[in-house]
Design a protein around this ligand. Sequence first.
Ligand SMILES: NC(=O)C1=CN([C@@H]2O[C@H](COP(=O)(O)OP(=O)(O)OC[C@H]3O[C@@H](n4cnc5c(N)ncnc54)[C@H](OP(=O)(O)O)[C@@H]3O)[C@@H](O)[C@H]2O)C=CC1
Ligand SMILES: C[C@H]1O[C@H](OP(=O)(O)OP(=O)(O)OC[C@H]2O[C@@H](n3cnc4c(=O)[nH]c(N)nc43)[C@H](O)[C@@H]2O)[C@@H](O)[C@@H](O)C1=O
Length: 323
Amino acid sequence: MGGPIHYSSDFLTDKSAKIFVAGHGGLVGSAIVRKLQSLGLTNLVLRSHSELDLTRQSDVESFFAAEKPQYVILAAAKVGGIHANNTYPADFIAINLQIQTNVIDSSFRHGAKKLLFLGSSCIYPKLAPQPIPENALLTGPLEPTNEWYAVAKISGIKMCQAYRIQYKWDAISGMPTNLYGPNDNFHPENSHVLPALMRRFHEAKVSKAKEVVVWGTGSPLREFLHVDDLADAVVFLMDKYSGLEHLNVGSGKEVAIKELAELVKEVVGFEGELVWDTSKPDGTPRKLMDSSKLLGLGWTPKISLKDGLVDTYKWYVENVVKQ
Ligand SMILES: NC(=O)C1=CN([C@@H]2O[C@H](COP(=O)(O)OP(=O)(O)OC[C@H]3O[C@@H](n4cnc5c(N)ncnc54)[C@H](OP(=O)(O)O)[C@@H]3O)[C@@H](O)[C@H]2O)C=CC1
Ligand SMILES: C[C@H]1O[C@H](OP(=O)(O)OP(=O)(O)OC[C@H]2O[C@@H](n3cnc4c(=O)[nH]c(N)nc43)[C@H](O)[C@@H]2O)[C@@H](O)[C@@H](O)C1=O
């Protein structure tokens, strides 16, 4: 793949530049907004899902014609855990293809200088070599429980590459690993494992339940990154990276789901038993990414899983439980 295109980034220095953070209200988008504001980048244009449905091409075109943001960070998507992905395949492929196609194309047509597209580690083959390098993409069959979402995300990477090749346009892609943190989705069925267990253990502690059900066998391994570390990586990529290839964004540390469940149980302070529901899918056995290319550019994650869990549980109790 082509190396970085040499350019002098003024992403961090041009404080007046208008930045559109699509999906600003979500786990990732809200962390990116916090990070940008902390850096004095406050000329942000933000639209909630109800204000601007990014699946509606004509509405997206009108928005870009009116706002003409210089930078676009695409953190809007239809997102969910293994059960949601496995249950709503049409939503996960159609909505994500519509959002990303509309935003990438309109960003280009209305003169954005740069766009960052966010994919996910689920784009890689189910049995990719571990840790997974970027060039493992499209080298084998996908994990069936989220192949619909994965195909949409792979198409987003390819669309950014195609616009760079045909139009010499600075579109880049980042592939985050499993994320967690403040403002996550804590839905009992449709969320990812970490917030799902945090909520279930908290509710079990309060109700003095004897046991908590955890899905699958507990043996799959997952890599986790705190969303504030991801937001730091997003700003780093916007400022320092311009290349054809997508870059992995991971913590480099994996944990078995059983170990994660024990950790969340300890942080929440639940003292009952775990019961494993093996009727629920395990999904891919491992998806630890090789993030050495991004690390080689100078970025490093800073928040440990234990510290991140404590921070997230504090946020959960103060912002979700007390609502
Ligand atoms: N969470 C994770 O573990 C990982 C996430 N990612 C990627 O990070 C990005 C953000 O994910 P995350 O923050 O977790 O997801 P969230 O669901 O927390 O946030 C997604 C945001 O997109 C908005 N959105 C959804 N559909 C539309 C639409 N049609 N029009 C406008 N806005 C819409 C949502 O608004 P509303 O809620 O009101 O619908 C929400 O604000 C995604 O690209 C995802 O693939 C990558 C790897 C891991
Ligand atoms: C980010 C990534 O996230 C998704 O992939 P995933 O990593 O498999 O997602 P997950 O967090 O939902 O599950 C991780 C593991 O955890 C186990 N598990 C136990 N108990 C619960 C539980 O209560 N809820 C959930 N959701 N999982 C549970 C579960 O059985 C599985 O073995 C992709 O769809 C896609 O969205 C994507 O890219």
